[in-house]
Design a protein around this ligand. Structure first.
Ligand code: NAP
Length: 291
C-alpha cells in the first residue's frame, strides 16, 4: 500500500474532544446543547445509526432525546412532534432519521423542522444558504454532516482544494450536491458525475481529489485513479461476505492514491462527529442570540 490513511476515527476523537469542551463551557452558562432524534419504524440499520448518534452526544456532554415511533405513526402525528420540538428550548437540533415509511412525505417533514434546528442540513433553507455561501448565525442553515466531514478530512491532511480538480461521483441532495458545492466554495474546479456519465474513468483519471458517494461496491478501481490523488469513500455497502465496504476497491486504489479513507473507520464516524458540531453550533447561535 502506498497511500496514507485518512483515519476518521482518530480525527473524530479530536473534534469530539473540542465539542465536549465547548459543551461544558455552554453548560456553565446555563445552556446544555440538546439533540432530539426521531425514529419511525424498526429498520435494524436505522436503529444502529440513531443509537450511535445518541451515544456520541452523551459522550460529549450533550443532552439527547431519542423518540421511537411505530411504523404506523401518521404524517400528521410526526409533524406535530416536530412542531413541538421546534418550540422546545432544551432542544437545539432535530434529526428525523431517514428513510421514513412510504406513507410519510419526508420532504414535508424536513421542511417542518425549524432551519435554526436543522442540524442534518437537509432543509431547503440550509441547501439554499449553502448554495449562496450564507450558512451562519444570521440566515441560519447547517452544512450536511457527511460532506462537512469530508471537508474536515481534507483539512486534516493539509490538502487545500484551491486550484485542484475535484471529481464527485454521485449527485444526491444529502451527499453529492452539497459536497460539490463545498469544494467549489473552497475554489476547486469541480466535476459532478452520476449514473448518466458515460465514461466515469475519463473524469476520475484527471482528478486530484475524488469523492465517491454512489452506494455500489468497486465503482472506483485503481486504473481510474491518478497516482497521488486523494480518495474519499463515502459509500456504505455490504460485500458478498456481508462485510461493510465502500464504493472504492480499497486494496487496488490504495496502491495508486496518495491518501485514502477506509471503510469502516473513515467517513462514517466523521458524519456523526459533524452532527455533534452542528448541534453545538445551533446551541451557541441560540445562546449568543439571546440577550
Ligand atoms: P443516492 O441518493 O442513492 O445517490 C447515489 C448517486 O450515485 C446518484 O446520484 C446516482 O446517479 C449515482 N450513481 C449510481 N450509479 C452510478 C454509477 N455507476 N456511476 C456513477 N454514479 C452513479 O445515495 P446517497 O444517499 O448519496 O449515498 C451514497 C452512498 O453513501 C451510499 O452507499 C450511502 O449508504 C452512503 N452514505 C454514507 C454515509 C456515511 O456516513 N458514511 C452517509 C450518507 C450516505 P443518479 O443521480 O443519476 O441516479
Amino acid at each position: 500500500m502506498t497511500a496514507q490513511l485518512i483515519d476518521g476515527v482518530k480525527l473524530s476523537q479530536q473534534i469530539r474532544a473540542s465539542v465536549a469542551q465547548r459543551a461544558a463551557a455552554l453548560t456553565e452558562r446555563g445552556v446544555t446543547p440538546g439533540l432530539a432524534v426521531l425514529l419511525v419504524g424498526d429498520s435494524p440499520a436505522s436503529q444502529v445509526y440513531v443509537r450511535n448518534k445518541v451515544k456520541a452526544c452523551q459522550d460529549a456532554g450533550l443532552h439527547s432525546v431519542l423518540e421511537k415511533y411505530d411504523a404506523t405513526l401518521t404524517e400528521a402525528e410526526l409533524l406535530a412532534r416536530v412542531e413541538a420540538l421546534n418550540l422546545d428550548p432544551s432542544i437545539h437540533g432535530i434529526l428525523v432519521q431517514l428513510p421514513l415509511p412510504a406513507h410519510i412525505d419526508a420532504n414535508k417533514v424536513i421542511e417542518a423542522i425549524s432551519p435554526l434546528k436543522d442540524v442534518d442540513g437537509f432543509h431547503i433553507g440550509s441547501a439554499g444558504a449553502l448554495m449562496v455561501g450564507r450558512i451562519g448565525q444570521e440566515s441560519g442553515g447547517f452544512i450536511p454532516c457527511t460532506p462537512y466531514g469530508c471537508m474536515k478530512m481534507l483539512e486534516s491532511i493539509g490538502v487545500d482544494p484551491r486550484g485542484k480538480h475535484a471529481v464527485v461521483i454521485g449527485r444526491s441532495n444529502i451527499v453529492g450536491k452539497p459536497m460539490a458545492m463545498l469544494l467549489l466554495q473552497a475554489s476547486a474546479t469541480v466535476t459532478i458525475c452520476h449514473s448518466g456519465t458515460p465514461d466515469l474513468a475519463l473524469f476520475t483519471r484527471q482528478a486530484d481529489i475524488i469523492v465517491a458517494a454512489v452506494g455500489k461496491q468497486n465503482v472506483l478501481t485503481a486504473d481510474m485513479v491518478k497516482p497521488g490523488a486523494v480518495v474519499i469513500d463515502v459509500g456504505m455497502n455490504r460485500n458478498a461476505e456481508g462485510k461493510l465496504c465502500g464504493d472504492v476497491d480499497f486494496a487496488g486504489v490504495s496502491e495508486v492514491a496518495g491518501w485514502i479513507t477506509p471503510v469502516p473507520g473513515g467517513v462514517g464516524p466523521m458524519t456523526i462527529t459533524m452532527l455533534l458540531v452542528n448541534t453545538m453550533e445551533a446551541a451557541e447561535r441560540e445562546a449568543n442570540a439571546t440577550p
